[in-house]
Design a protein around this ligand. Structure first.
Ligand SMILES: Nc1nc2c(c(=O)[nH]1)N[C@H]1C(S)=C(S)[C@@H](COP(=O)(O)O)O[C@H]1N2
Ligand SMILES: [Mo]
Length: 367
């Protein structure tokens, strides 16, 4: 289960190539930081980075509203000065971990690092929606990006919808800043949507439109891709809430550890919809050792949790481990959230490879 995808090339483009998608995982070292530096933060785009400038940027609010309007960047920043909201948010691609699934579903072969946590600042979408006066018949808001291309043989723009209640939640932001800097082009400059606690496909980058609709939206990224499909059968619906998950950030895979010496196992854990992580447990399994810490549900020990920096941030954890005998060990970590949801022992398979949250593991050698 080693995460060998630090360098991989499927779909990899150049940051300054505006015609092809640029996709990259967060480097492991950056995951040791509570807030992921912008330059290290994973990137996922489908069509390349559209060239928009703050001066030309405009967001249009329309559809089932009684007062449609457009807003420019300066006006949005002026609003932000009055009602700025700042949140630390874990952003995770719904396909993160896909390469752990067997058989591997089609799609980008992400390892476990299509995830990061950043400090976002912006204006609640709710404030603009109030001004547009959404009609009572509206069901969802469709958010539109400035990027477009061909998917499954059809031209499409990047669009994704949210149920009205989620769109109007005070923490659903039109973000202009990430980690105190203006948004970078690859992360959606000048304005992106941030929907804390949902898989990152909801966080529409290069946002240029929001329209209220009275029937469920069936765009390609809503009804064909980014949906759970258990087999080749009928879709079970779009990916929404982030599933509880953990990552081991130390020790690095294949580290050699001296027996009798203490090693601090560290990592991060998070869940969706602002549900706090209640518990992280760690277990060690020795490949050469039949009994002790092996099998079933035995051998799990509680890690120490650090308080997260906010309701949507991840929780740092650590566990002191002193292996007594030499051998090849596997360290496992399992997070449980306040809802009681926990990570399954194996990757839960689905046809597009979404929501992959099996227990985290890393192999180390004790000498
Ligand atoms: N306009 C637009 N928004 C988008 C995408 C895209 O291709 N176009 N990709 C989505 C997906 S699938 C993910 S995982 C996140 C990634 O955000 P990041 O690149 O800032 O990490 O952006 C989302 N927002
Ligand atoms: Mo994604």
């Amino acid at each position: 289960m080693a995460d060998s995808s630090r360098v991989w090339c499927h779909g990899l483009g150049a940051r300054d190539d505006h015609d092809r998608p640029y996709n990259a995982q967060t480097p492991s070292a950056a995951l040791a930081e509570p807030v992921t530096p912008v330059g290290a933060f994973f990137v996922r785009d489908h069509f390349g980075i559209p060239q928009t400038t703050p001066r030309r940027w405009r967001l249009r609010l329309g559809g089932a509203v009684s007062a449609p309007f457009g807003i420019g960047y300066d006006e949005l920043l002026a609003m932000e000065r009055r009602e700025r909201r700042e949140l630390d948010v874990v952003m995770e691609c719904a396909g993160n971990g896909r390469s752990l699934m067997t058989p591997r579903p089609p799609g980008l072969p992400w390892g476990q690092r299509a995830v990061g946590c950043a400090h976002f600042a912006g204006v609640p979408f709710r404030s603009l929606a109030t001004r547009a006066r959404i009609e009572p018949t509206a069901l969802e808001i469709v958010f539109t990006g400035a990027d477009s291309g061909t998917v499954h043989g059809r031209r499409t723009v990047f669009e994704r919808s949210l149920p009205l209640a989620v769109a109007l939640h005070p923490d659903t932001l039109l973000a202009t800043h990430m980690n105190g800097e203006l948004l970078a082009p690859e992360h959606g400059a000048p304005v992106r949507l941030v929907v804390p606690g949902r898989y990152a496909v909801a966080d529409v980058k290069w946002l240029v439109g929001a329209r209220a609709v009275t029937v469920p939206f069936t765009g390609v990224f809503q009804a064909e891709d980014y949906v759970y499909v258990a087999s080749r059968g009928t879709p079970e619906g779009p990916v929404t809430t982030v599933r509880v998950k953990s990552l081991i950030t130390a020790p690095e895979p294949d580290t050699a550890v001296r027996r009798g010496h203490e090693v601090t196992v560290r990592g991060r854990a998070w869940s969706g919809d602002g549900v706090p992580v209640r518990r992280v447990e760690v277990r060690s399994e020795c490949e050469d050792d039949g009994d002790e810490d092996r099998g079933g549900d035995r051998g799990w020990r509680d890690a120490v949790l650090e308080p997260p920096t906010g309701p949507y941030a991840w929780t740092g954890w650590s566990y002191r481990w002193t292996p007594q005998r030499p051998g090849l060990y596997r360290l496992l970590a399992r997070a449980t959230d306040e809802r009681g949801d926990t990570q399954p022992p194996r990757a839960p398979w689905n046809a597009h490879g979404y929501g992959c949250n099996p227990v985290a593991s890393v192999e180390v050698v004790v000498v």
